[in-house]
Design a protein around this ligand. Sequence first.
Ligand code: GAL
Length: 775
Amino acid sequence: MADTQPRLSRRGFLAAGGAALLGVVAGSAGHAAPGPDSVRLGDFWLFGRYEDGATELGFDEIDLAPVQLPHCVTPLSWTGWDPASWQDRWIYRKHFTAATTERHTARFDGVMTNAEVHLNGRLVATHEGGYLPFEVELPDVVAGDNVLAVVVDGRWALDVPPNLPRGDPSVIDFYQPAGIYRPATVGAVPRVQLTDVFARPADVLSPGRSLHLTCTLDAPVAGQVTASVRQAGRELAHGAAPIRGTTVEFAVGGLDGVRLWDVDDPALCEVLVTVQSGKHALDQRVVRTGFRDARFTTEGFFLNGRRLKLFGLNRHQWYPFAGGALPERVQRRDAEILRRELNCTMVRCSHYPQSSAFLDACDELGLLVWEEIPGWGHVGDDAWQRRNLADVEGMVVRDRNHPSIVVWGTRVNEANGSTALYQRTGRLARQLDPSRPTSGALASTTLGRFAGSDVEVLAYNDYTARRGTPFRLRPPRPGVPYLVTETIGTLAGARASRRTDSSSVRQQAELHAKAHDLAAADDRYCGLLAWCAFDYPSGWQRSVDGVKYAGVSDIFRIPKPAAAFYASQVDPAKRAVVEPGFAWDFTDRPSGPGPGAPIWSNCERLLLFLDGRPAGEARSRRAEFPHLPYPPFAADLVVPKGRRPELRIDGYASGRLVVSRRFSGDRGLDVLGCVPDDPELRADGGDATRVVVAALDRYGTLRAGTTGEVRLTLTGPGELVGDPVLDFGATGGAAAVWLRPFAGPPGTLTLTARHAKLGSATATVRLVAGRVATS
Ligand code: GAL
């Protein structure tokens, strides 16, 4: 099992200066973070199991371990998670130095599940629910050393969505390990603060477009609020309004020159908002927005007046070894995989608000987002439902400036009933944000009874096609915009689509292609978001040893053949793709993949070669997938027994050779790959990158059938977030770990992987001081 605690002794921590190790960074633009002098609380905290007295100022910290945020309370592997290991109360303590006794606040982006915050031994706030941020006034900060103590309650029975006072964590389909699992900051804030800025573009498609600003202050003050709207470093327009009370509303016009935000050109705007009192700027904040017109209609979805078939997947936020607790760079990487590698135009954040870093990346990449309140299949008592309303408010207020978000899920996933509740949650969302529709994913069982009159978008988790029946989708419901929010999962195909089972993953790819083909066939489908992007931890039905194998990529974010279908749906002028949906491997199938082997490609023709000699042409499967932009091919690849030839596939588009790929049949030439996603990380305690360790043929294609153990050793000032031994037989020839530098001076992390047959490979990551770009 991986040890998620940094391997740093308590003595080493204290010798290194303890609290003085705080790394100073600016608060994340656009969020209600403490001001520019705030301190990111990413580096060392002291952590342990809660005991009486643990929040007191003089608590003996000798038994606590130094940890870095984001943090998960328990060591985890990539499989076999045991909820008992996080279902408890925990204590986190942070010493920080304040220069003054001015007003201070602390902000937590996400603590799973409930939190009590104590400052210098006094309770200052409590928070319920693991998916939304909270900000805490720190009234008694002293100049000098202060102690923030946070009690984290990770028990299931808390009666907070999606948790319930009954059952256990496996009554819902995702595990939620506890911890301060998103960033936290503390800092001095102005006497009068901007607590919120909502920048709402209006009349986007007309030259008279404007930006409506609603700025909220936490106290009235004489003065004005000014706003400067900028794009690509240039001011486009500005405006101002006097402060009366604590809410200041005004519109900025003169924005005819703005570049619209679109999926292929996600042009963002920055709005610099300043609270001015006399000559003084009391507070200032930069929020990002984008001008785009998004409409769900009965004739489909339109972005900026152009029909766009929404093509996407659902995403859970959980990772191996760390639960949700991986830094922002890693969260952003999921958005890159979805947009750049899987060509998705939309993601559903199932089933809770996800990290701000992920949503920021969606804004920057042009990935549309469905965001929803926490919940899964159950609605609790009155107190629980009040928290639904609080979650709607928290979600909409946190995220309404993201141009990528085009719909709010204000219903609990697949809890259809509760009409009275949903009228309230929907109304609240529309009040807080009149610019987006509300919806909520309905379960198949009760769709029949549902009239569809109280939602603006009818969203349906379409599991009509079950195992063994031909794949189909329910026809769109007339009279209401219609979106498929889930399909396939582990219901239409195999119980588990594991890369170790080549026929299951092959079938999974066919189902995803079929589902999108059917959605593309009928303009009334706004689009389809299939279940799901990545395998995830779960103890619910059809999970296998704590993992739900429903992803088109595995839990390490390594693609399976269904990901090749998504990868192939892109203009070949942008990226020519040829991805066999089979293994070119003769260990289990001496005669090769056989007739009709699928190849996922966006080319017009595919020519095949065996050991360099022409071996025919692959057949287009256009007739089976009439509506896909790029249907797959079928190749007859039968090889005489005893031969293991090299396969070459040449892809042509517009009459030109655009891609040529080779696949080796000779396992004797396979190598071990050990490749980091990023060559450079910040040594500030809040950064990490993935390293993929894989068995590769001599041309770099994953050899899924490889077995055997890989042993990993890390040297350098950082933590291996991962198991030190990976079993390729269980993971399908590839897995990943994450490297997390400690806060400290620049240096190098070196990960060495060793496999008995494949030899060894090394990944090197440079550690630099300060901030480096995260995309
Ligand atoms: C759906 C549910 C998803 C997931 C899926 C599994 O009913 O909304 O969260 O559990 O089934 O295939």
